[in-house]
Design a protein around this ligand. Structure first.
Ligand code: ZN
Ligand code: ZN
Length: 339
């Protein structure tokens, strides 16, 4: 097979590689479509070092080629969405249900080889049967969608509440739709105006470019009170965290699911005085089926987020385009999957 192999920061080469073989409990998949995200970009650039050589990529749909001994839930020919994280299953965190927080969690495409290749191998428990009738390009975004399903659920919206989403990238545009699916009125706040028309098309009741007007005022207009009840922060920048805290009403909830890699100054005076609940939300625990259901039901439209597609041979271009403001979700379509 061919695989895009990262040999070091910004040293990504498409090379012939040995086909992965299915050991006990493993599933070997032809990768039909893969998504590129900020995590891949950080690994590619060297901001997040990994053990080299490494095949990156963790958001993908595939067709089962073979299975190892003991695999019973999937068989050759099945189409599956991949949940690219698996935990040890034995530690106290895993046993109490906090699989996503397991300190021994293995991330596909980071700790082990991932999907920027024609063929990938994952444990059976990572595979979810793709619903019939839902296209690969709609399901490709299942992984980031599972992230925001969890974040929104941790916001525990009540009927009639209003919400804001900070960030209008893939996660933000998905969070918007999950919130709309729960009946909330939603304000989307973006750093640039570029994606705000798409946010409105996908159901946003209001949009705001940062700097256009005070965040508090826009939140007050949407909520018709002191601010929105719940904010989902998806951008992962220090500014975005402070925007989230400006949008929320006293007594409201802020869910952080973007990963702010930089130190983030927070006015905790205002958090205490306004009794803001700040909740972290890390990837997902059991949200994959719900994410696939939302796509299958049409509650969440993922296809408009896929702005670019590249073959595996053009993967350098895919990384370049990911960094361009015009792209939202860049897809890699390995050639075997295309056949
Ligand atoms: Zn990702
Ligand atoms: Zn564990």
């Amino acid at each position: 097979m061919k695989a895009a192999i990262l040999h070091g920061p910004r040293d990504l080469r498409v090379e012939a590689a040995r086909d992965p073989e299915a050991g006990p409990g493993d599933v070997v998949l032809a990768v039909t479509m893969a998504g590129l995200c900020g995590t891949d970009y950080r690994i590619w650039s060297g901001d997040r070092p990994v053990a080299y050589p490494r095949v990156m990529g963790h958001e993908f749909i595939g067709r089962v080629l073979s299975v190892g001994s003991g695999v019973s839930r999937v068989k050759a020919g099945d189409r599956v969405a991949v949940e690219p994280n698996y935990s040890c299953g034995a530690c106290p965190l895993c046993r109490e249900g906090n699989r996503n927080l397991c300190l021994s969690r293995v991330a596909v495409g980071i700790d082990v080889d991932g999907c920027f290749a024609e063929i990938a191998r994952v444990p059976e428990r990572c595979c979810w049967q793709a619903p019939a009738g839902v296209a690969d390009e709609d399901l490709m975004v299942t992984e980031p969608l599972a992230v925001v399903v969890r974040a929104v659920n941790r916001g525990a919206l009540r009927p009639g509440e209003s919400a804001a989403v900070v960030g209008a990238g893939t996660l933000g545009l998905l969070a918007l739709q999950v919130l709309k699916g729960q009946g909330a009125r939603v304000l989307v706040v973006g750093r640039s105006a570029r994606r705000l028309p798409l946010a409105r098309e996908l159901g946003a009741d209001a949009t705001l470019r940062v700097g256009e007007e005070p965040l508090e005022r826009a939140a007050g207009r949407l909520s018709r009170r002191e601010g929105v009840d719940c904010v989902i922060e998806t951008a992962g920048t220090p500014e975005a965290v402070s925007h989230a805290l400006a949008l929320v009403r006293p007594g409201g909830r802020v869910v952080l699911t973007g990963l702010p890699h930089e130190p983030t100054p927070v006015q905790f005076f205002s958090v205490v005085r306004r009794e803001i609940t700040i909740t972290g939300s890390m990837i997902y625990q059991d949200e994959f089926p719900e994410a696939m259901r939302l796509v299958g039901a049409g509650t969440v439209r993922t296809r408009p987020l896929i702005t670019h597609r590249f073959g595996l041979d053009e993967i350098d271009r895919a990384f370049a385009v990911h960094a361009e403001p015009a792209s939202i979700k860049v897809a890699v379509v390995p050639s075997q999957g295309r056949a």
